[in-house]
Design a protein around this ligand. Structure first.
Ligand SMILES: Nc1nc2c(c(=O)[nH]1)N[C@H]1C(S)=C(S)[C@@H](COP(=O)(O)OP(=O)(O)OC[C@H]3O[C@@H](n4cnc5c(=O)[nH]c(N)nc54)[C@H](O)[C@@H]3O)O[C@H]1N2
Ligand SMILES: Nc1nc2c(c(=O)[nH]1)N[C@H]1C(S)=C(S)[C@@H](COP(=O)(O)OP(=O)(O)OC[C@H]3O[C@@H](n4cnc5c(=O)[nH]c(N)nc54)[C@H](O)[C@@H]3O)O[C@H]1N2
Ligand code: SF4
Ligand SMILES: [Mo]
Length: 665
């Protein structure tokens, strides 16, 4: 008999939905939304529904594989784990444990996915990645300004008179926030969308403001200039709760509004209009992650934070500089779970430049890469270099559900479970603050095993099995310890399936910031001279590099796909996916291109080919190709992107990318 069981979406996504999963005869039949979830209320997206296909697909990896003479051969788990363990022991003895690189991302939001760190720490400490391809520049920026990156609770949007969605593709990437926007509009709020693309959220906005990609920091500076000129700033907040205001005034005085309008390609009139909207409080700002994936990404977010501060929209209902919600992750204990104190050796590579670092590494050279929850061959910038690096190491181990571009390169591929085949709980530090429980619903196919099982077996072979003699429940309980005082236990989570975490609904309401000064810092006291705000521009722009802009006149965005979570769904589509090159109308006119034309897009790093789709109302000279597409379908788009880090070192510059384009046959 079919049964419907509550579960959770594990995907790296703003929404962290509650699911209702229909199971019959040890098989997942259907994935739906859980109507009782307080935020996601029974609605889910296509990626969530596709978890059924992700679980049942005949393309699943079913057996451990070893590459022998260039071909994958199935081997037993015993052989695979024995051989990997022997290599790990030899590497430790000969080169030291940091000769192993752990390459990962966050493809699964399960708490127990963090146990990979426990394994590597107990092994002795490997080369780890720091920074984030995703949101790194902005998180660091808000740490400098506020002390941390916190968002208002979802229902607070109904207190906003004006809502600014700044570079977040809400209708596509954050569907439950989109529903809130529709409701807020119905209740009378005005919605403004600032984005180079006329996306589905822009379509419901009262006004869509297009901006030259990467120029949002300057736009924020222009809006602040106008706020000051019109005397609309919040004097009281500035005087009592901020530091570095004089520096900010100096910076704003160093550039004219005319120049800002020229550089941002936004009219002076629009900038003045936005100044009035910010002053007509409460105005909330919801930033996306796209707008900080530039060389100047840290400064961009800091200037937007400064705008929210100057206009007095911090710590008030209906306001906020909403970017991420780190309060969620901070609710749990990680020390005991990951055994951070156990590592004896330590080396870090930036996640952006991991490939370049592998190629450069000496003392010790990288002997082995182990990949978990990531597909670097499609997702990490500068794919040529990633390919070179990942094929240069002696042993590449990839723990995967599918034969991805990265898995294809591996020496060992270890088949792992999907969400419904193991127990865990799931959360996202991006939007809402509810945690969802996901029980084990079905057995994995073939010989697929959970990541935790793999770590446990390897730990035994390496002589630290004691660190893994805990049940799943015991591991989960470890992380929930700080929540016991709030009555949140594993038993409660299992019973209720979704539990609200004790976080601030309106962050910074007491205006006590987590910065060194305790104030909002226009000039960060964490960083010396580096702490001053700057009017920075993207590296690949006519302002920073006119010669490059001459050769490559178009800005390339590679935003997140509608129907796939990054690279996870393309191979499961009924129709073979194609690479779509979306271009602004002026490019189509200049190059006489029509929908469906086959084109080559290139720069000094690489090229991809695909089919034209003309994007109405996009900012001039802007191109988009959705990210995530596999090599066999025309990818990776990261053949074109740069592995440079953002200004503050912790973010990517994936959208800071100039290209050229031509029609081919
Ligand atoms: N469908 C779907 N949803 C997803 C994901 C997915 O892969 N697919 N991934 C999830 C993950 S991991 C993340 S990080 C989030 C990301 O969520 P978002 O931040 O919404 O998505 P991105 O695709 O990173 O950024 C897209 C928006 O930023 C705009 N943008 C780009 N450059 C600029 C700029 O310079 N200025 C301004 N103002 N706007 C700019 C783009 O035009 C686009 O509208 O989405 C999550 N949700
Ligand atoms: N050009 C460009 N590049 C981008 C982006 C962009 O906007 N443009 N976005 C960036 C962003 S925001 C992010 S977050 C990253 C995402 O980068 P990744 O996290 O690397 O991308 P995914 O495709 O989500 O997942 C990678 C793999 O993890 C596997 N996986 C899923 N669950 C599990 C599990 O439980 N265990 C194991 N071992 N594996 C699992 C999946 O099968 C998948 O193949 O990409 C970044 N790259
Ligand atoms: S991918 Fe995001 S929106 Fe879709 S079901 Fe999962 S959590 Fe919900
Ligand atoms: Mo992300």
């Amino acid at each position: 008999m079919a049964k419907i069981i509550q579960s959770a979406c594990p995907l790296n996504c703003w929404d962290s939905c509650g699911l209702n999963v229909t199971v019959e005869n040890n098989k997942v039949i259907k994935v739906d939304g859980d109507p009782s979830h307080p935020i996601t209320k029974g609605k889910i997206c296509g990626r969530g529904r596709q978890l059924e296909t992700r679980t049942n697909s005949s393309k699943r990896l079913l057996h451990p594989l070893k590459k022998i003479n260039g071909q994958f051969e199935p081997i037993t788990w015993e052989q695979a784990l024995d051989e990997i363990a022997v290599k790990l022991i030899e590497i430790k003895e000969q080169y030291g444990t940091t000769a192993v690189l752990h390459s990962h991302d966050y493809a699964n939001n399960g708490m127990l996915k963090n146990l990979d760190q426990r394994f590597f720490n107990a092994y002795g400490g490997v080369t780890e990645l720091y920074g984030s391809l995703c949101w790194g520049a902005g998180i660091e920026a808000q740490k400098w300004d506020f002390g941390s990156a916190y968002s208002h609770e979802p229902a607070d949007i109904f207190n906003s008179k004006n809502i600014i969605v700044w570079g977040r593709n809400v209708a596509r990437t954050n569907m439950h926030f989109y529903e809130k926007l529709l409701e807020a509009k119905k209740r009378g709020a005005n919605l403004y969308v600032i984005d180079p693309l006329f996306n589905a959220t822009a379509k419901i906005a009262d006004q869509h403001i297009t901006v030259k990609p990467g120029m949002d920091g300057l736009l924020a500076a222009g809006i602040m200039k106008e706020i000051l000129r019109l005397g609309l700033e919040d004097q009281c907040f500035i005087e009592q709760h901020t530091q570095g205001y004089k520096d900010l005034e100096g910076l704003l005085g160093s550039i004219s509004l005319e120049k800002i309008s020229e550089m941002t390609e936004v009219t002076e009139e629009t900038i003045t209009h936005l100044a009035k909207i910010y002053a007509d409080k409460p105005t909330s700002t919801y930033m996306g992650l796209g707008l900080q994936r530039y060389r100047n990404g840290g400064n961009t977010i800091r200037l937007i934070d400064a705008l929210v501060a100057v206009s007095g929209n911090i710590g008030i209902a209906g306001g906020g500089a909403n970017y991420a919600n780190l309060q969620v992750g901070q609710s749990f204990a990680f020390e005991e779970l990951t055994l951070a104190g156990r590592k004896q050796n330590h080396r870090q590579f930036s996640i952006m430049k991991q490939a370049e670092e592998v190629l450069k590494a000496a003392d010790p050279e990288i002997q082995m890469i182990i990949v978990t929850c990531g597909n670097p061959l499609t997702q990490v910038p500068d794919t040529y270099v990633v390919k070179e690096a990942f094929s240069s190491v002696k042993t590449l181990v990839v723990i995967e559900q599918y034969m991805t571009d990265t898995a294809r390169m591996a020496d060992y591929v270890l088949p792992t479970t999907t969400v419904f085949e193991e127990e865990d709980f799931y959360y996202s530090s991006m939007y809402h603050h509810y945690v969802n429980y996901g029980p084990k619903l079905v057995d994995p196919p073939g010989e697929a095993k959970s990541d935790l099982w793999i770590w446990t077996q390897l730990a035994e072979k390496l002589g630290f099995s004691d660190e893994f003699t805990f049940s799943r429940d015991q591991f989960l309980e470890m992380t929930l310890k700080p929540l016991a005082q709030h009555g949140i236990t594993l038993a409660k989570l299992k019973e209720e399936h979704t539990v609200e975490l004790p976080v601030a609904y309106i962050p910074w309401q007491d205006w006590k910031f987590e910065t060194p000064s305790g104030k909002f810092e226009f000039t960060s006291s964490l960083k010396g001279d580096e702490g001053l705000l700057k009017l920075a521009v993207p590296d690949e722009s006519r302002w920073a590099n006119p010669a490059l802009a001459e050769k490559y006149p178009y800005s390339l965005l590679t935003i997140h796909p509608m129907r796939s979570n990054h690279s996870q769904n393309y191979h499961l589509f009924a129709l073979k996916p194609q690479l779509k090159v979306e271009i602004a109308e002026n490019i189509a006119a200049d190059l006489s291109l029509n929908n469906g034309d086959y084109v080559r897009v290139w720069n000094d790093r690489g090229e991809v080919k695909g089919f034209i789709s003309i994007f109405a109302n996009a900012h001039p000279d802007t191109i988009n190709i959705d990210e995530g597409i596999w090599q066999e379908f025309g990818g990776s788009v990261n053949l074109l992107t740069s592995n440079k880090e953002s200004d503050n070192g912790l973010g990517s510059t994936l959208y800071d990318c100039l290209v050229n384009l031509e029609k081919i046959n």
